[in-house]
Every structure is written in structure tokens, then in C-alpha cells.
Design a binder for this molecule. Structure first.
Ligand SMILES: N[C@@H](CCC(=O)N[C@@H](CS)C(=O)NCC(=O)O)C(=O)O
Length: 273
């Protein structure tokens, strides 16, 4: 008797679990399910979005690639910000005053009230998530598959494209600004590696207008800071020699938000959006 009651209760619990967790129990392919979680979560985020009143501050340097990445996102979203200059040329980033703000001694640092963030890509994702419904839609929330493709191209930028293009920017654009000599051996070796990466980009961009989809997303935006510098160097030819890459570069570099992100005068005059 006791054991049949126990067995009955167990069966009831199993049936309840089945009816409350249909996707787990019925073998539905998760990749086909729309991301409803994001929609629920964003109800909280959207109330923050309405509360935004010019309180963003950004410690940065207008020539810094990583600062410009965040500025591009702010401009794409039509958000205002208060720029605070950390003069990298004067070494201000390694002085105690700034190290108390970012012990890594790097820009950008982003302040939203009492929230302090470093790392340009993390800051960018924060802004885009809080301001999901405003300005350019930079992250694709339509399906898991679209989100996966976008995250993949964002990671490719970080781990395949950025390490090489940062070296080429440093050698050919930043070092001369500091009166240092470009190491052409490093440039040649790095360009050979970049050629292989750009061959893969060329194949992708033959089939797709932009990297992650047929519209401009954060994956494309992340590439802009180094590309901008490299367009004024001999490395430009690697982008120009590949027709689909050339078309993509021309399109993303012409975006008004990007032009504003590179406007050094506007930074120093503390002009806002
Ligand atoms: N991973 C960091 C890198 C930040 C970074 O390297 N910033 C450079 C400027 S683009 C910097 O502050 N360099 C000065 C230094 O390292 O002394 C990010 O994405 O924000």
C-alpha cells in the first residue's frame, strides 16, 4: 500500500514535470525557438533605457582605437556622453590618478552612474543591450542561430583579425606618432598572416553583405578602429585587392556614426550628440 502511494506520487511528479517543461521533454530543436528570454529580461533593461539622462562619462583618448570602438556604438545609438581626456602621449594612463580609476592603465573606461566598466567590447555590449530598441540595431536577437553567427564573427574579430591589425596599426601609424621607427620585418610577416584571414573574409563577404548578416551589426563595427588606421598605410592594398572586402570596407567606413567617432576636434570641444 505504502509503496503504491509512493509510486503514484512519483508518477504525478513526472507528469507535472513533462507538462511544465515541454521543450526539454518533447525533443524540440532549441535552435529553432525564438529567444523569448531576452524579451522578458529586456523589460527591466528598457526601464533603465528611459532613465538615461546624459550621465555617461568616458575616459579615453580620441586617437585610441579602443576608445573609438565605444564612441562608434554611442553614436550609432544616438547617445550623448561626457568625454574625459587621458593623454596617452603624455603617459597619463600610468599615473596614480588614472590607475585609481583603471589599475590596468588603459582606456577606455566607461561610467554609467556608479557603474564603472573597462574593455571596449564589454562596454559596447553593455550599451547595446541597455539601449536595444534605440538607434541602429547592432545585436541580432531574432533567433539563436542568428545570434550564434554574430557572436562567432565578433570572436573572429577579437582572436583572428585584431591581433594582426593591431600590430600593423602600431608599427605603421602609432609608432611614427611617437617618433619611433616602423619595423618592416614585423610588418611583412604580419601582412602575410593577415592575407590568409582576409581570404576567408572575402569568401564570406561574397555571400553576405556584412559579416554576420545582410545588415550592419556590432561584428562589423568592431573591425572599424584598426581598418581606419590601415587605410592610410601600405596595408590598404590587402583590403583593396579583394573586391568583396573592398566593398564592405567602403560601406562601413562611410557610416556617419563612425565619422563622428573619429572626430578628434569634437572630442576636445566636448561636443555632444
Ligand atoms: N582590451 C582593451 C585594450 C585597451 C587598450 O589597449 N587601450 C590602449 C589605447 S587603444 C591603451 O590604453 N594603451 C595605453 C597603454 O597600454 O599604456 C579594450 O578593448 O578596451
Amino acid at each position: 500500500m505504502g509503496s503504491s502511494i509512493l509510486l503514484g506520487s512519483f508518477a504525478l511528479v513526472v507528469m507535472m514535470a513533462i507538462s511544465y517543461e515541454p521543450f526539454q521533454w518533447m525533443g524540440v530543436n532549441a535552435s529553432e525557438v525564438r529567444i523569448t528570454c531576452y524579451h522578458h529580461c529586456n523589460q527591466t533593461f528598457e526601464s533603465q533605457e528611459l532613465a538615461h539622462k546624459d550621465e555617461y562619462k568616458i575616459y579615453g583618448y580620441p586617437y585610441s582605437t579602443n576608445t573609438r570602438r565605444v564612441l562608434a556604438v554611442l553614436h550609432e545609438k544616438g547617445l550623448s556622453y561626457d568625454p574625459i581626456t587621458v593623454d596617452l602621449k603624455a603617459g597619463d594612463q600610468k599615473k596614480p590618478r588614472f590607475l585609481s580609476i583603471n589599475p590596468f592603465g588603459q582606456v577606455p573606461v566607461f561610467l554609467d552612474g556608479d557603474l564603472k566598466l573597462t574593455e571596449s567590447r564589454a562596454i559596447s555590449e553593455y550599451i547595446v543591450t541597455v539601449h536595444k530598441s534605440r538607434g541602429t540595431q547592432l545585436l541580432n536577437y531574432e533567433s539563436y542561430k542568428k545570434m550564434g553567427t554574430q557572436r562567432m564573427w565578433m570572436a573572429i574579430e577579437s582572436f583572428e583579425f585584431d591581433p594582426l591589425t593591431s600590430i600593423l596599426t602600431l608599427e605603421q601609424s602609432i609608432k611614427p606618432m611617437y617618433g619611433l621607427k616602423t619595423d618592416y620585418k614585423v610588418v611583412n610577416e604580419t601582412e602575410a598572416k593577415l592575407e590568409k584571414v582576409l581570404d576567408i573574409y572575402e569568401e564570406r563577404l561574397k555571400k553576405s553583405s556584412f559579416l554576420a548578416s545582410n545588415s550592419f551589426t556590432m561584428a562589423d563595427l568592431y573591425h572599424l578602429p584598426n581598418i581606419q588606421y590601415l587605410m592610410d598605410t601600405h596595408t590598404k592594398r590587402l583590403f583593396e585587392n579583394r573586391p568583396s572586402v573592398r566593398r564592405w570596407v567602403a560601406e562601413i567606413i562611410a557610416r556617419p556614426a563612425w565619422k563622428r567617432a573619429c572626430d578628434v576636434k569634437a572630442w576636445y570641444h566636448k561636443k555632444k550628440n
